[in-house]
Write a protein that binds this ligand. Structure first.
Ligand SMILES: NC(=O)c1ccc[n+]([C@@H]2O[C@H](COP(=O)([O-])OP(=O)(O)OC[C@H]3O[C@@H](n4cnc5c(N)ncnc54)[C@H](O)[C@@H]3O)[C@@H](O)[C@H]2O)c1
Length: 232
């Protein structure tokens, strides 16, 4: 099958693309290589994917609608998986604008294009952060998720809402995933696991949020990729 995946130079997109390429699918990978964290790591992920002849990288931003449209039209995908986003909860306090551009405008561009090319399945990465002020754990898909506590969560919830209306209006089969903190090789250097490891190796104290009273579950990358592949 032909897949169009956004965010292939990112952590999750890289793993997903590699798995699909290993299984013999064609993958077009769209990524703007944003400087949110070390771009060298993103380039290395794309270089690893480029070992597969069926991988076609496109370096561009989601907000550049003509570039996005041209890339999707050329790829003629059966399945479109939208993972590119401005991620990270903390950074959304510092630079909310990046979240509005990438996650709201960028995601809307994806939906506009998906309806024209009539993909068989549109899959979107949302986040467990959208449960926000919801205090009941464990979370369920049916729980209320309309009290986001950060702009990151608010933009992801906005994407889900837009997707709901596009799916209804244009009959696009759509799935939005709410990922729970994902970890594994080639992971994101802005996330706790990598920050803790780096500080430990350097003999530095680790920074702990929430006065050390916080606990959470993590998802291993291979388990997440298995779930996405089975649902696609
Ligand atoms: N990793 C997690 O634990 C986690 C948890 C919940 C949700 N998510 C979501 O999963 C998706 C993938 O996350 P990740 O951990 O791989 O993040 P990542 O930052 O490693 O990957 C995102 C990629 O998107 C690209 N990108 C960002 N904005 C762009 C834009 N405007 N145009 C083009 N490319 C752009 C970046 O260059 C990057 O390579 C994101 O949507 C994220 O919000 C991740």
């Amino acid at each position: 099958m032909r897949y169009f995946i956004t965010g292939t130079a990112g952590f999750i997109g890289f793993h997903l693309a590699r798995r699909l390429l290993q299984e013999g699918h064609e993958v077009t990978g769209f990524d703007g290589l944003t400087p949110y964290y070390n771009v060298k790591l993103k380039e290395m992920r794309h270089a690893a994917l480029s070992q597969f002849p069926a991988f076609r990288p496109v370096i561009s931003m989601l907000e550049d609608r003509p570039a996005l449209e041209a890339a999707v039209s050329a790829a003629k995908p059966d399945i479109l998986i939208h993972l590119a986003a401005q991620a990270g909860v903390r950074y959304s306090l510092e630079n909310p604008e990046a979240y509005i551009h990438s996650n709201v405008e960028g995601s809307w561009n994806i939906m506009e294009i998906a309806r024209r090319v009539e993909v068989r399945h549109l899959m979107l990465a949302s986040t467990s952060s959208i449960y926000g002020a919801n205090a009941t754990v464990p979370f369920h898909e049916t729980d209320r998720a309309d009290e986001p506590l950060t702009i990151y969560a608010a933009t992801k919830k906005s994407m889900e809402l837009m997707a709901h209306s596009y799916s209804h209006l244009h009959k696009i089969p759509t799935t939005a995933f709410r990922f729970f903190t994902v970890y594994g090789p080639w992971g994101r250097p802005d996330m706790a696991l990598f920050k803790f490891t780096k500080n430990m190796l350097e003999g530095q104290p680790i920074e702990i949020y929430g006065e050390g009273n916080m606990s959470r579950d993590f998802t291993y990358i291979d388990d997440l990729i298995e779930a996405i592949v089975r649902l696609s």
